[in-house]
Ligand binder design. Structure first.
Ligand SMILES: Cc1cc2nc3c(=O)[nH]c(=O)nc-3n(C[C@H](O)[C@H](O)[C@H](O)COP(=O)(O)OP(=O)(O)OC[C@H]3O[C@@H](n4cnc5c(N)ncnc54)[C@H](O)[C@@H]3O)c2cc1C
Length: 345
């Protein structure tokens, strides 16, 4: 987690920015019905909701009864004590003039926009992933996604190093690939926090960003960024697929249709041959790479990037990212297999 004792004990710096905003999040019992929904006020953004809801005509309709989920901004960021029912009551009264008969707190918590990142994801035998490596505002819902992708990036590399099929240097690609990704997440969330301010000038800026997001290209780019689908690891020059997430293609095989992502469920590398069967020779690695001969006639479309040319073969890492893509030649294939999955036995 963000306060990682392991990170501190390893002496890894956690650099970045202190919080500028703080919010209390709680589940409470109230005598009166608060105005359910999200409210932008001069004091900040307030939200009330219930766990049970339905969607009618694209709108959320909350249940009439049950505990209420509340989010309120705090006046000052950087509080060191745990939030209390009293803090929540004060914040509600400041914005709405009432606490809606708040009388019980089921749970209460606080989150801020503190934005920090570990300067090193690896120090010897210590490896950081998830919030231990990066914290930021939850706006946009990117934290868990980023942390899980850290773990998936690291898992197969650790396994290969532990098994001795790859040298320890493979572990250094973990920091090289994942550190820039979280650095961008920090940048995006800091920008989103700035856009959440409720003063007139920020409202004007929000209007302009909203207009931009009405346009195809900016919308696709920001969506790819926030969903994590646009991640591009710098694996050098080559086919546009190189270093990008392999699309989940509907393949045809002699045994029938096959969805590409099902091939990744074994957490092993996959060599997808879309050329004539036997066109590529990866026999020396057959103990660790699954070879699949298949056909695909559809378009190759990547998030943010759009249409790319069809490759004749793709080497896919266990985390779903493309380690090599060919256009009829085997150039660079052996080097890619060696560097990612170790030399043949
Ligand atoms: C309000 C809010 C909304 C969010 N919404 C989203 C969202 O919609 N989408 C999204 O992707 N992300 C979201 N996130 C972020 C997401 O919750 C975190 O990124 C994610 O939980 C981090 O997971 P983690 O396992 O790295 O760390 P944590 O979830 O913090 O887990 C760390 C664990 O380690 C334990 N621990 C700590 N110290 C010790 C110790 N010394 N010994 C033993 N155990 C210890 C802790 O108790 C904890 O259980 C949100 C966060 C917040 C605050």
């Amino acid at each position: 987690g963000g306060r990682s004792l392991v990170r501190k004990a390893a002496g890894i710096a956690f650099e970045g920015w202190d919080s500028t905003t703080s919010n209390i999040l709680a589940e409470v019992e109230m005598e009166e019905e608060p105005p359910l929904g999200i409210h932008r006020t001069a004091l900040g953004i307030y939200a009330f909701g219930r766990e049970e809801y339905e969607i009618h005509d694209g709108k959320i309709v909350f249940a009439k009864e049950g505990p209420v989920g509340v989010m309120v901004p705090e006046k000052n960021a950087g509080a060191r004590t745990e939030p209390t029912l009293g803090d929540l009551r004060d914040a509600l009264i400041a914005a709405f003039g009432t606490d809606y008969g708040l009388h019980r707190v089921n749970w209460i918590s606080r989150f801020t926009d503190m934005s920090r990142q570990a300067t090193a994801y690896r120090k010897g035998r210590v490896l950081l992933a998830g919030d231990a490596a990066h914290v930021h505002s939850p706006v946009g819902g990117q934290g868990l996604n980023t942390g899980v992708q850290d773990a998936v990036n690291l898992g197969w590399k650790l396994a290969q190093v532990v098994k001795g099929t790859s040298p320890e240097a493979l572990l250094d690609t973990y920091h090289a690939e994942r550190h820039p990704v979280a650095a961008r997440v920090l940048r995006t969330t800091m920008a989103q926090v700035a856009l959440q301010r409720t003063d007139d000038r920020t409202e004007a800026l929000r209007d302009i960003v909203t207009e931009l997001l009405g346009m195809e290209e900016p919308r696709k780019r920001i969506a790819a960024e926030m969903s994590g689908l646009g991640i591009h690891y710098d694996l050098g020059e080559g086919h546009p697929l190189l270093g990008r997430r392999m699309p989940d293609l509907d393949l045809t095989t002699p045994d029938g249709p096959l969805r590409l992502f099902t091939l990744l469920q074994d957490a092993r590398p996959v060599f997808l041959n879309l050329d004539a069967p036997g066109s590529f020779d990866i026999a020396p690695w057959s103990d660790r790479i699954t070879l699949v001969d298949a056909g695909y006639d559809g378009a190759w479309e990547l998030p943010a990037l759009g249409a790319v040319s069809a490759p004749t073969a793709v080497l896919i890492r266990p985390d779903g990212y493309v380690a090599w893509a060919g256009n009829g030649m085997q150039d660079g294939l052996q080097e890619a297999v060696n560097s990612w999955f170790g030399p043949p036995c």
